[in-house]
Write a protein that binds this ligand. Structure first.
Ligand code: ADP
Ligand code: ADP
Length: 233
C-alpha cells in the first residue's frame, strides 16, 4: 500500500541526511507502528507519505514514495486527501469548526460531495467512533480523548485508504489513549484501512501493532513483526 524506494530526505541546514536509503513496503490493511528516538526522522517519514515533504517543509526528497500507486511527489497533500488522512498530536490544531458534526462534515464539503452522501458518512462515523451522543457538542467542551476521536473522524469521512498519525496519544491520559487506540484497531480490522502511526511510548501501543518500523540514526530502518523488531531496539 505504501512503498519507499531508496528514499532519502535532506534538509538544507543539516550536515547529514535525515532519512537515507529507506527501501520497504508497508502492507495494506495493517497497523504499522513507527518508532525511534526523538530526531530519528519519524515525522519526516510520515511527511513523505502525506506529501508534506517535499511540498511544505523544505526538505529535498530523493527516491520515490507511493501510496496506492500514486507518487506523493507529484501530488500536493490536498490532492491526496481521499487517499491519505493525516492526524497530529494536538486535535485542537486540526479543528476548523466549533461543533462535532460540523467538524466531521468539513473535509467532505471541500471535496464537494453531495449532501446526502455527507449526511450518511457523518452518521457512520459518529457510530464508528462512539461519538453519536456528542454530535451537537462544542469541540472545546470535549475531553482530550473525545477531541482526538473527532479529529480522526474528520479525516475518516473523506474515506482515506491510509491514515497517518504522528503521536496521536501523546497529549492524552492512559484511559483516553486506550479509547483512541481501540478506534484505530477497529478501523484496520473492520474497514481494512492501512494505519501508519508514530509513537514514543511503546509499552502502551505495541500490543495494537501488526508491524513495527524502527528508525535508528545512522543505521538502516527495520520493518517486521513487533517481537522481531523489538529485539533489535
Ligand atoms: P522525529 O519525528 O523522529 O523526532 P523529525 O523527522 O521531526 O524526527 O526530525 C528529524 C531531523 O530532521 C531532526 O534533526 C530535525 O531537526 C530535522 N528536521 C525536521 N524537520 C525539519 C525542517 N522542516 N527543516 C529542517 N530540519 C528539519
Ligand atoms: P458512501 O459509501 O459513504 O455511501 P460512496 O463513496 O459510495 O459513499 O459515494 C456515493 C456517491 O457519492 C457516489 O456514487 C457518487 O455519486 C458520489 N461521490 C462519491 N465521491 C465523490 C466525489 N469525490 N465527487 C463527487 N461525487 C462523489
Amino acid at each position: 500500500m505504501i512503498t519507499f524506494e531508496q528514499v532519502g530526505v535532506q534538509y538544507a541546514d543539516a550536515t547529514a541526511p535525515t532519512l537515507n536509503g529507506v527501501d520497504l513496503t508497508i502492507p495494506e490493511g495493517e497497523l504499522c507502528l513507527l518508532v525511534g528516538p526523538s530526531g530519528s526522522g519519524k515525522s519526516t517519514l510520515l511527511g513523505t507519505v502525506s506529501g508534506l515533504v517535499p511540498h511544505f517543509t523544505g526538505g529535498v526528497l530523493h527516491g520515490r514514495v507511493t501510496v496506492g500507486g500514486r507518487d506523493t511527489r507529484e501530488h500536493r497533500p490536498r490532492d491526496l486527501a481521499d487517499l491519505v488522512g493525516t492526524v497530529g498530536q494536538d486535535p485542537r490544531a486540526h479543528f476548523v469548526t466549533d461543533a462535532v458534526e460540523d467538524e466531521l462534515a468539513y473535509g467532505m464539503e471541500s471535496l464537494g460531495l453531495p449532501p446526502d452522501v455527507m449526511r450518511r458518512r457523518v452518521e457512520e462515523t459518529l457510530d464508528l467512533l462512539g461519538l453519536a451522543d456528542l454530535r451537537r457538542r462544542a469541540l472545546t467542551s470535549l475531553s482530550g480523548g473525545q477531541q482526538q476521536r473527532v479529529a480522526i473522524g474528520s479525516v475518516l469521512t473523506v474515506h482515506p485508504r491510509v491514515l497517518v498519525l504522528d503521536e496521536p496519544t501523546s497529549a492524552l491520559d492512559p484511559g483516553a489513549a486506550e479509547e483512541v487506540l481501540a478506534v484505530l484497531q477497529r478501523l484496520v480490522h473492520d474497514l481494512g484501512t492501512t494505519v501508519l502511526m508514530a509513537e514514543h511510548r511503546l509499552e502502551r501501543v505495541v500490543q495494537y501493532a501488526d508491524q513495527v518500523l524502527l528508525l535508528t540514526p545512522g543505521a538502516p530502518p527495520v520493518l517486521g513483526e513487533p517481537a522481531e523488531v523489538m529485539a533489535h531496539s
